[in-house]
Design a protein around this ligand. Structure first.
Ligand code: DAH
Length: 346
């Protein structure tokens, strides 16, 4: 009987179908109700008990081979059919609908590209940061409200008694990358740092707990506020149009001194006043200033020799101004009706 089964195994293994009917006949022949395998199992009942183990195994082997053959032959026939179809050059082409970039990526790339023209290179830092890089080295005092649970997502908050207090948290701004770059590189430094930031805010049209920023930093000998102004003017014209003007209003950030906020002339009304600029003619775009000498010293840069400027802007904000988007939540909802509108923007 072993001999017989071995011959059947050989036969089944060598089977090759030339059409779907061949496969069906093959199936009926071997594993159909009245097929060979049923007959073999009937014979099996009559053989001596000591031979059963070996013969049982062989019949099962044959069954597996037949089942596999049916699957592989079906697959082979279907795939050869497909390739033959592809060879028909008269068929119309497949319609390819291109994907679209997210508006945040579009604006991020545009900002990066504008600053790259001025020699700024990209630096990135971690989203999970520590207190030292997000706050302490940037001159935030111990009582600063940004260190409050209300504003910052803490991952591992140490107790106030622990002497070396260095909480682990989600960065609240990309200014933390400034610190990492200054700690690791020697001036001249000219870098921009795009990235995601996190704040403990209730989600609304004007606020979100996750958003994106771009930080800029330039450190060298004799860097002045005039350099900062000129760079920002160049950026604003490139981003919002040649006719754009800027204005700087005095402000406060712990890590810059002096500090300012920059507005650009409203693109929609050309500065005359409309509901987008709340009838002021100006739109607030970013924060900036001269890097505080304390921050330079905290990062081992000699503040007697070097000066520098920094600026930071929200990418969502710039995209809102550029594409007239009035609800921050749209960026994160993945609604195709919104995203598809950016299909042909590059
Ligand atoms: N980090 C600030 C924020 O999140 C933005 C900022 C302001 C960055 C002034 C700067 C700067 O580098 O000089 O609001």
């Amino acid at each position: 009987m072993i001999e017989k089964i071995n011959t059947l195994i050989k036969q089944a293994s060598g089977f090759s179908a030339s059409g779907i009917n061949d496969i069906e006949n093959f199936r009926i022949y071997y594993i159909g109700k009245k097929g060979l395998i049923t007959t073999l199992f009937q014979e099996f009942k009559t053989i001596a008990p000591e031979e059963r183990k070996e013969i049982g195994k062989k019949i099962n082997e044959l069954k597996t081979i037949v089942n596999d053959k049916i699957k592989t032959e079906k697959f082979r026939l279907l795939s050869t059919k497909k390739t033959e179809e592809k060879k028909d050059l008269s068929l119309p082409g497949d319609l390819l609908i291109p994907g679209s970039r997210h508006p945040i990526s579009l604006v991020r790339n545009e900002i990066v590209e504008i600053f790259a023209r001025l020699g700024f290179i990209i630096s990135e830092g971690p989203e999970i940061e520590d207190d030292e890089h997000v706050f302490s080295k940037l001159n935030f005092t111990a009582e600063h409200p940004a260190r409050d649970m209300q504003d910052t997502f803490f991952i591992n908050r140490k107790s106030a008694e622990q002497s070396e207090k260095n909480d682990i948290l989600l960065r609240t701004h990309t200014s933390s990358v400034q610190v990492r770059v200054m700690e690791n590189q020697k001036p001249p430094i000219r870098t921009i740092s795009p990235g995601r930031v996190f704040r403990n805010e209730a989600i609304s049209a004007r606020a979100h707990c996750i958003f994106h920023q771009i930080e800029g930093l330039y450190i060298d000998k004799k860097v002045s506020f005039a350099d900062l102004k000129q760079t920002l003017l160049y950026f604003s014209k490139a981003m919002f149009g040649e006719e754009t003007s800027i204005r700087l209003r005095p402000s406060y950030f712990p890590f810059t001194e002096p500090s300012a906020e920059m507005d650009v002339t409203c693109k929609i009304c050309g500065g005359k006043g409309c509901n987008v600029c709340k009838y002021t003619g100006w739109l607030e775009v970013l924060g900036c200033g001269m890097v505080d000498p304390n921050v330079l010293e905290n990062c081992n840069i000699d503040s007697q020799v070097y000066t520098g400027y920094a600026f930071g802007m929200g990418i969502e904000r710039i995209a809102m101004l550029k594409y007239h988007i009035n609800d921050l939540r749209m960026y994160f909802e993945n609604d195709l009706r919104f995203l598809e509108q950016f299909r042909y923007s590059f």
